[in-house]
Design a protein around this ligand. Sequence first.
Ligand SMILES: NC(=O)C1=CN([C@@H]2O[C@H](COP(=O)(O)OP(=O)(O)OC[C@H]3O[C@@H](n4cnc5c(N)ncnc54)[C@H](OP(=O)(O)O)[C@@H]3O)[C@@H](O)[C@H]2O)C=CC1
Ligand SMILES: CC(C)(CO)C(=O)C(=O)O
Length: 342
Amino acid sequence: MKILCIGAGAIGSYIGGSLQMAGNDVVFIERPSLISDLKKNGIWIESIDGKRHHVTDFQVFGNAEEALKNGAFDFALIAIKSFDTESLILSLQKLKEIFPPVLSLQNGVENEEKLAAFLGEKRVIPVSVCTAISRGKENSIKVEKLRGIGIGSSFPLSKRIAAEFKRANLKPKLIEDSKGMKWSKMISNLLANASSAILNMTPAEIFTDSISYKLEIRQLRETLDVMRAYGIQPVDIPGVPIRLLCFAVRHLPTWIVKPLLKKAVGSGRGGKMPSFYIDLYAGRQQSEVEFLNGAVCRYAKQKGIPVPVNELYYRTLMDMAGGRLDKAAFDHAPARLAEGIS
Ligand SMILES: NC(=O)C1=CN([C@@H]2O[C@H](COP(=O)(O)OP(=O)(O)OC[C@H]3O[C@@H](n4cnc5c(N)ncnc54)[C@H](OP(=O)(O)O)[C@@H]3O)[C@@H](O)[C@H]2O)C=CC1
Ligand SMILES: CC(C)(CO)C(=O)C(=O)O
């Protein structure tokens, strides 16, 4: 198939690169500063068995207009962070009629809505990537934990895409309830993510400390309240038994839930620190917290549901990323952070 991949970071390199190696024709779009390097050195993928694969012979352009001059695509992969979605859509305005169907590989629950407002619902296929990928130097990426990829099943192209993903060893799973899938993936992303970045603690430390652990449980219960208000059901996603996890968080004593959460976090990210932590400590001034805890807050507000822990995490991490709050403010200080609950 002919595939356009927007973004050649961790996820674009992994999924676009794997599809290229499996015999598809993948064309990448990246920032101009990365193009000559990608052309010259290709992409290196370290698979879960430790083998290194070199992906070469692909085309890469600085914008979609140039890429589309080379003919039509079967579908496009959106492999950029959620804070870049709106500017991407703005840059595609002139191409609306000829743009192929898109798969949003992004975390968060609002990208599909934004893309659908632009391209129409039928041309936006929701995807949840549950495999964890880290990005190294010189266009190299590493599969930290191979879990698989959920693909919304109710689109004409879904089965064909799943077959191609399977040939590329990406472990696809067709999932009927794509809204439930995206929210369930978000639940797995929320675990020890904002807290780890704000407190400069590992997920293991977050779950060991009684105050930060209580905040984590409250964060999840608030999110489940919001999902319930919108009639969104938890769905099992590749490698994560989200339904059991949500049942346990809501109904079981917190000490019984702890090992379940620890396992979901530990086995989910492999050796990788949570993404908010990586972005904050890499000095990135934007954070996807705006589209994870921030999304919970926006949905909650519309229904008048209190979500104080999500608000605390969202507000604090946005301030840290934006340079308005020193990273040292809550370093290993869960009790101080908890005082900020409104
Ligand atoms: N890494 C992981 O394990 C997983 C990530 N995800 C999700 O996948 C999405 C992508 O994440 P990830 O791959 O880690 O992010 P990366 O930052 O590694 O890669 C994104 C790349 O896209 C580039 N980019 C941004 N905007 C554009 C644009 N308009 N055109 C072309 N290139 C662009 C970025 O450049 P620049 O940095 O200069 O902006 C960057 O090189 C996120 O939503 C993430 O949450 C989901 C599951 C697992
Ligand atoms: C690693 C994984 C799959 C954890 O949920 C992820 O989504 C991320 O790091 O962004």
